[in-house]
Design a protein around this ligand. Structure first.
Ligand code: B12
Length: 363
């Protein structure tokens, strides 16, 4: 086990502990810092959060395994709990500001960002109902009916959850509960939160606390809104048609790819499944970009995926071939064609996009 000098910056110390799988060492670092006067919010947002992001960067660069990432995240979850549960109940700040619900969008497994937001709001005096990962919208609404909070804080980390987030936002507003959206799903500047009609957006837990302190007016529950009211381009039905034909698109793409790369016919069950998953991912991001009508969402995904592939020595050129097979199948869809074109352009501008030798990424 590596020990980092106690004089190293706290994120560095914590990083080494979690990377080593040293849960008790990690807890010691944070509790010692607390005893020395560092406040809990700083530990949550300026020590644990950056370490958590570093875990992602190290995984993306293929320097740690998925198992190490899981173990490190599990340790961070435990140390966050250990901070919240220290001392006696009577020593904690009593909620004196109001009640909020913090919930992940349905399908969203990234619960830790929402957990950080919940803990910070608790420290700031809010009564928080933390619902955690992947909350089906109907259950979220049932909870809001029961508790009638001042706001619901909706968290998402993966952009493909935007259509589901949209349904959740309108459902909460339809019962008069304002929505404060946050997390990577909604874009770095919150542009998708605005596009989907969220009442407010905040970039991090501190900003969320500031928004709540100002107060968010309750939305008009009688104003019924359809997705197309916020996003008029949906009228062309391209999003719906792509989503509906997703299974056939993936299947046909596999057939096309086999024609181009006969070597694929020797793929084992596992490799075929992974290739199908990769294609499904591309279709999901394509559909989401159609939903919000933003080519950046698609090109950023492709560029990100190219980086992941490169770190694993898989030629990113395979992505271009994937786009070509999709283009062949979705000829009659002008917005889709534009997105595929932009995507191909973004990939070709990367110097890592070399000639094809293999497909299927396994990430
Ligand atoms: C841990 C982790 C996981 C864990 C989550 C466990 C858990 N209990 O949370 C598991 C293993 C489940 C996971 C799964 C996946 N993950 Co993941 N994951 C991460 C990782 C490493 C850390 C997430 C985190 O906690 N970040 C730290 C927090 C503090 O940062 P943050 O998310 O930005 O949150 C801050 C703000 O955004 C904001 N905020 C967040 N929520 C909210 C809400 C409100 C209301 C407000 C106001 C603010 C706010 O405040 C937070 C604190 O400041 C990130 C990498 C990263 N850099 O974040 C990838 C990452 C998010 N995952 C990624 C991916 C791809 C996946 C998978 C698709 C992988 C796969 N192939 O299966 C799945 C998808 C699962 C799903 N359906 O949701 C990608 C997403 C890339 C993209 N294109 O969008 C990332 C970015 C990894 C990377 N470097 O590429 N993952």
């Amino acid at each position: 086990m590596t020990h980092t000098a106690a004089t190293a910056p706290l994120p560095e110390q914590l990083w080494h502990a979690v990377a080593d799988g040293d849960e008790f060492g990690a807890a010691d670092i944070l509790h010692t810092a607390l005893a020395e006067g560092v406040d809990e919010e700083t530990l949550l947002l300026d020590v644990i959060a950056p370490v958590q992001e570093r875990i992602g960067a190290e995984w993306a660069a293929d320097r740690i395994t998925v198992a190490q990432e899981h173990a490190a995240t599990a340790i961070n979850e435990r140390v966050i709990a250990s901070l919240a549960h220290r001392g006696r109940a009577g020593e904690r700040r009593r909620p004196d500001r109001g009640r909020v619900t913090v919930s992940c969008v349905d399908g969203e497994w990234h619960a830790l960002p929402a957990r950080l937001v919940s803990e910070v709001l608790r420290l700031r005096g809010w009564q928080v109902d933390h619902l955690g990962a992947q909350v089906p919208t109907s259950h979220l609404i049932a909870h809001l009916h029961r508790t009638n909070p001042d706001a619901v804080l909706l968290s998402g980390s993966i952009p493909t959850h935007l259509p589901t987030a949209h349904a959740a936002i309108t459902a909460c507003q339809a019962i008069g509960v304002p929505v404060l959206a946050g997390g990577r799903t909604f874009g770095p500047d919150g542009r998708y939160a605005r596009a989907l009609g969220a009442d407010r957006w905040a970039g991090d837990a501190r900003a969320a606390a500031a928004v709540l302190a100002e107060g968010i007016p309750r939305p008009d529950a009688s104003a019924v809104r359809q997705a197309v009211d916020d996003l008029p381009h949906l009228e062309d039905q391209e999003y719906t048609l792509v989503v509906q034909s997703r299974p056939q698109i993936v299947k046909q793409s596999l057939v096309d790819l086999e024609d181009r790369f006969p070597g694929m016919r020797d793929y084992g069950e596992d490799q075929r499944e992974r290739t199908a998953e990769d294609l499904a991912h591309i279709v999901d991001f394509l559909a989401t970009a159609l939903y919000v009508d933003d080519p950046d969402l698609f090109t950023q995904f492709l560029t990100w995926t190219a980086g992941i592939l490169q770190a694993r020595d898989v030629p990113a050129r395979s992505l271009l071939t994937g786009l070509e097979t999709l283009g062949g199948q979705l000829r009659d869809f002008p917005r889709t064609q534009r997105l595929l074109h932009e995507g191909a352009r973004a990939l070709l501008s990367l110097d890592t996009v070399a000639p094809v030798h293999d497909i299927g990424t396994g990430v």
